[in-house]
Design a protein around this ligand. Structure first.
Ligand code: GLC
Length: 461
């Protein structure tokens, strides 16, 4: 009986595609992405100039409205007026691709995704499909996407673009939510041209981060197929499709993009990513002071890793083309932490146990388990759920790997690691446990404690 069940499950396994939705024969193009774990999201465009305000009114998210990059929609600005007011002012002379990419690198980030066209329709790249772009409509006349793509290639950073394919308030007309001037077929032609340009003129496109997909499967599939055709290795975001489309029908999506700013409530199978803001808004906002601390940010990244989710952290450059000092500070601090503790994030998989602990959560790589201690307990860090004693325990930050004393109880599988009274790292002290074999206790019980305590709002848009 037992045998039959396992043959049956093997047969079922063989019928199941490697990832839930990849259309590629293999998923080797996902390897770098899985290892990367931490990336930079950049929201930058014409909306950065008004920074959430229009005619003295605040439309930014901190004022309860949509996020700052939604200004055109939330202040109901006609396309012509929006363009004529903002495009001539777009002259970010301090933009320096070298600086941006180095900053992301020093932060420990492994990929960059920038808005090549957001919902306001403005293209930050050179395109023949519309003159509403950085080269033709602004005094700046520099192809931002090109400069960044080239710089990323130089610095060995994966480069990708966000592209708003469905919502385009400037170009796309017809239908109740589309306020632009083009007919639907003209608009779809524009998208096709843009994708061709983005996937031919900028070298390797690591990620195509589509956003807010509509429910027309044919439209989405055609766009996905085009990406695959031009660059089979581009990693495609699930927001190519509406969330209403069942995952099994999201043919060209390589990873599931969780709703904005979401920390997964538990371990997730497959390839997942969460995108996170440093304050409320995605786009630059003049008066949004809701900064998350570096500890808040690290906590969210660590929990994401512990649940099998990549972490894409947003920066909102200023109209001049710089990261704000608050962003630079946070990026530096996460970078300093990653430099010492990166092994516990890069290339890891989710926690070997299906729950958290009062002190934090775990990640895993091969035969190593990393305890991310975000709430210190003087004396010892305790956990259940793993069978057997580790052969070695030490602080990841300790270059000498001085062994920590471990007490393991074979009866209840509770392991205690003796620690000093003071946390070596107030944000997250990582303890490495080396095992001969990492074996989860099937009877091990616990709860997910940390999503709740981070107070993260699970808001979409
Ligand atoms: C959304 C918003 C958008 C933002 C994005 C980031 O869906 O519409 O403004 O760019 O989320 O994840």
């Amino acid at each position: 009986m037992k045998k039959r069940t396992s043959i049956l499950s093997l047969a079922l396994l063989a019928l199941t595609p490697l990832t839930a939705f990849s259309q590629k024969a293999d998923d080797s193009h996902m390897e770098w992405w899985r290892d990367a774990r931490y990336g930079m999201f950049i929201h930058w465009g014409l909306y950065s100039i008004p920074g959430g305000e229009w005619k003295g009114e605040d439309y930014g998210k901190e004022a309860g409205g949509a996020s700052a990059e939604w200004l055109m929609n939330s202040a109901k600005i006609p396309g012509k007026e929006y363009r004529e007011t903002l495009a001539p002012q777009f002259n970010p002379t301090e933009f320096d691709a070298e600086k941006w990419v180095s900053t992301a690198k020093a932060a420990g980030m492994k990929y960059i995704v920038i808005t090549s066209k957001h919902h306001d329709g403005f293209c930050l790249f050179d395109t023949d499909a519309t003159d509403y772009n950085v080269m033709d409509a602004t005094p700046f006349k520099r192809d931002i996407i090109k400069e960044l793509a080239d710089e990323c290639a130089k610095q060995d950073m994966k480069f990708g673009v966000y592209y708003s394919q469905f919502k385009d308030w400037y170009h796309r007309g017809q239908g109740k939510r589309h306020t632009g001037t083009m007919s639907n077929s003209e608009y779809l032609e524009l998208v096709k041209k843009n994708l061709d340009e983005l996937l031919t003129n900028y070298g390797d496109m690591a990620v195509l981060w589509f956003d807010v997909g509509g429910s027309d499967l044919k439209e989405a599939d055609e766009q996905g197929a085009r990406v695959r055709e031009l660059q089979p290795n581009t990693v495609i975001c699930s927001r190519l499709y509406s969330r209403k489309v069942p995952q099994k029908d999201q043919k060209y999506a390589d990873f599931e993009s969780l709703p904005d700013r979401t920390i997964a409530s538990k371990r997730m199978e497959g390839d997942n990513e969460t995108c996170m803001t440093m304050r409320h808004n995605w786009g630059y906002d003049q008066d949004d002071d809701n900064w998350k601390s570096t500890k808040d940010i690290l906590e969210r990244m660590v929990l994401s890793s512990a649940r099998g989710v990549n972490f894409l952290l947003n920066v909102a450059p200023t109209p001049e083309g710089t990261f704000s000092p608050e962003e630079v500070e946070r990026l530096k601090e996460t970078g300093a932490w990653m430099e010492v503790n990166g092994d516990s994030i890069y290339g890891t998989t989710y926690s070997p146990v299906d729950f958290d602990f009062p002190w934090g959560a775990m990640t895993q790589k091969d035969k190593k388990v990393y305890l991310h201690v975000m709430k210190w307990n003087p004396e010892s860090i305790e956990f259940n759920g793993l069978m057997g004693a580790p052969s070695k325990a030490y602080f990841l930050a300790d270059g000498e790997q001085k062994e920590l004393e471990v007490d393991y109880n074979a009866g209840d599988h509770v392991t205690k690691v003796k620690v000093p009274a003071e946390a070596p790292d107030a944000m997250d002290t990582v303890i490495v446990l080396e095992y001969d074999e990492v074996k989860a206790d099937p009877k091990g019980k616990g709860e997910y404690l940390w999503s709740k305590s981070t107070g993260v709002k699970h808001d979409r848009n």
